[in-house]
Design a protein around this ligand. Structure first.
Ligand SMILES: [Zn+2]
Length: 149
């Protein structure tokens, strides 16, 4: 498994991830390893786990993060297109419930190079509503520096 840098990770979180990924085999899947006994599990349905993220973001949308869960299909799939109809229906029910509770629902595309685990997962993020840090984000890319206010 490869550790990939996310703009939402602080150095503290990045160091935690480095240690975690160093312990896992390159060909293993962290999300296929969950058992029903994991103390990270918040909710268990027919086809999905909702778990407490081991590496919660410190901030999201320039706000502090209060709660960071992951919604993960029990079956190893990489893309939404691989979910069957029963899984799709259950997925919509779960994200609807969490969105109604104030959670932002966020999934990276399967080919997004920042996605650290191939197994499909959706971030459920509740922010504290407080502006965090600077209003300016520097993005260093191939075409130079872009400032987002
Ligand atoms: Zn998996």
């Amino acid at each position: 498994m490869k550790n990939r840098v996310s703009i939402y990770d602080t150095r503290r979180v990045q160091r935690q991830k480095d240690k975690y990924y160093a312990l896992h085999q390159a060909d293993s899947c962290a999300f296929c390893d969950y058992t029903t006994n994991s103390d990270q599990i918040i909710k268990l349905t027919d086809h999905f786990y909702v778990i407490r993220n081991k590496f919660p973001y410190d901030w999201f949308d320039l706000q502090g993060v209060k709660t960071h869960y992951l919604l993960i299909p029990k079956r190893h799939v990489v893309s939404f297109n691989e979910l069957n109809n029963a899984e799709r229906a259950e997925y919509m029910d779960i994200i609807g419930d969490y969105e109604a509770k104030g959670f932002t629902v966020f999934t990276r595309a399967s080919n997004n190079h920042v996605r650290s685990v191939a197994h499909l997962h959706t971030h459920l993020i509740k922010t504290d509503g407080k502006r965090r840090g600077t209003n300016i984000v520097l993005i260093l890319g191939k075409l130079g520096i872009r400032i987002v206010k």
